[in-house]
Design a protein around this ligand. Structure first.
Ligand code: SF4
Length: 64
């Protein structure tokens, strides 16, 4: 599984970071980006899905 953030949609709530700090980094304004190339280790897939479902801007998506 691989995830990405659409920077045009992200509004900087840092909710994804709060849910899965292993997968996201956040800047001083709360805007997030995926760590590395967005590849999600198997054991963190549930957390990644949680972050996708809880992003209020629908900015996080799974890369097909
Ligand atoms: S939860 Fe969504 S809108 Fe908020 S920082 Fe993360 S990607 Fe951006």
């Amino acid at each position: 599984m691989r995830i990405k953030i659409d920077p045009d949609k992200c509004q900087g709530h840092a909710r994804c970071y709060a849910l899965a700090p292993e997968l996201f980094s956040v800047d001083d304004y709360g805007y997030s980006s995926v760590i590395g190339d967005g590849e999600v280790p198997k054991e963190l897939e549930e957390k990644a899905k949680l972050a996708i479902d809880n992003c209020p801007e629908f900015a996080i998506s799974e890369v097909e």
